[in-house]
Design a protein around this ligand. Sequence first.
Ligand code: CU
Length: 237
Amino acid sequence: MSLIHDLIYFDNPALWDSFGGTSSGYGGLVWQMFIWSVIVGLLVIVWLVYTLIYFRHKEGDPEPKDALKAGVFPHERGNVRIELAWTIAPLILVAWLTFLSLAPLNYMWDVPDVEETDLTIEVTAARFFWGFSYPSDYDVPEEFTKCGSSVGTNCIEIPANSIVRFNITAQDVLHAFYLPEIGIKQDAVPGLDTVAWLDTSVVEPRDEAYEIYCTEYCGEQHSRMLAKVYITEVQNG
Ligand SMILES: [Cu+2]
């Protein structure tokens, strides 16, 4: 009952907690997709093993049971019901997974305008570092001390409980801005402005930084193109 429920709904807070993610809905989706993957994987593997054993060529067989001739469809082994079943069932499953994916995708793609954000950070990727800058009129809170003097180069601090937008571009080649723990990934392209955004009220507050990676191969130091983002509680007023 509970497993069936989890397969159809994704509102079980206990699952969200144990599967992490930055928001409850995200963790629930990951769990649901995981269960489906296991079910489909088991079906495929069991069927594969059965077929391997059953159709194995045995000594004395006139010819292999599955011997087919080129250009001849083996109508005598046809079964319309099975064909319909294995066409329609996966179709329903894929349609359902597509439906599940649309809501989070739509949420991610619905980037708030600059006026609607609490803070918009300019992000510039270059071989091999990340540059960040606050808007010129932004009053940097006095709580922002974790980056120290390296603020703006491979380090940025943003406020908790805020809508933060990243305007992303690249100076030289393709890079990609990747915050795996928070679930943000966006290309950084020379001559193009891309955007990503984040609601820090759904991210677990902590003193430790969240790591930013470059996830588009950009040269021999690509793997060292790392940066940190700190999410810090700020006193209002
Ligand atoms: Cu890079």
